[in-house]
Design a protein around this ligand. Structure first.
Ligand SMILES: [Cu+2]
Length: 169
């Protein structure tokens, strides 16, 4: 590993919040798949993914993004590095006549100084093509307008009955 890569990895690890650790094992993100990560200055993040229920094709991840960068950030797409058959889409949840439906979101703007919290029943990352089990780490690559990229891992959490929604959360 080159000096440059080491430096980058160091930045990546120290940029993570407590609880968001780079996986050192597990099937989802073995250490060799952890790539040098891009870090966006002033953007703080946390989050988790929901385990996939038996028989379910989809799951969801929720991020909290705090923008202290001094400029608006616009999240435009999300990839799942190392998971070629899987994808992640930005969704929001709207209520139409008392029925909540998911809708694709072309982008998610995070104004300077603002915090955007994804949550069950609101904005979320819809995950397809990957089975998530509690305790695993899910790798995410966030693409922002202007070409900025943030890579992170979020822990997969067990679904609590209280947090369960109808078709998804
Ligand atoms: Cu959705």
């Amino acid at each position: 590993m080159s000096r440059f890569l080491k430096l980058f990895c160091g930045v990546f690890v120290s940029g993570l919040l407590p609880g968001l650790v780079v996986a050192d094992g597990g099937s989802l993100s073995p250490a060799e798949e952890v790539k040098p990560a891009a870090v966006i200055r002033g953007l703080e993040f946390a989050g988790y993914a929901r385990e996939t229920l038996p028989g379910a094709a989809m799951s969801a991840a929720y991020l909290s993004l705090r923008n202290a960068s001094g400029k608006e950030l616009r999240l435009q797409s999300v990839e799942l590095p190392g998971l070629e058959d899987a994808d992640a889409d930005l969704h929001t949840t709207v209520s139409e006549g008392g029925v909540s439906r998911m809708r694709a979101l072309p982008e998610l703007a995070i104004p300077a100084g603002a915090t955007v919290e994804m949550a069950p029943g609101g904005v979320h990352l819809m995950l397809r093509g990957v089975r998530l089990r509690a305790g695993e780490q899910l790798p995410l690559r966030l693409h922002f307008a202007g070409g900025e990229i943030l890579e992170l891992h979020v822990p997969v959490r067990q679904l609590k009955a209280a947090a369960e929604h109808h078709h998804h959360g």
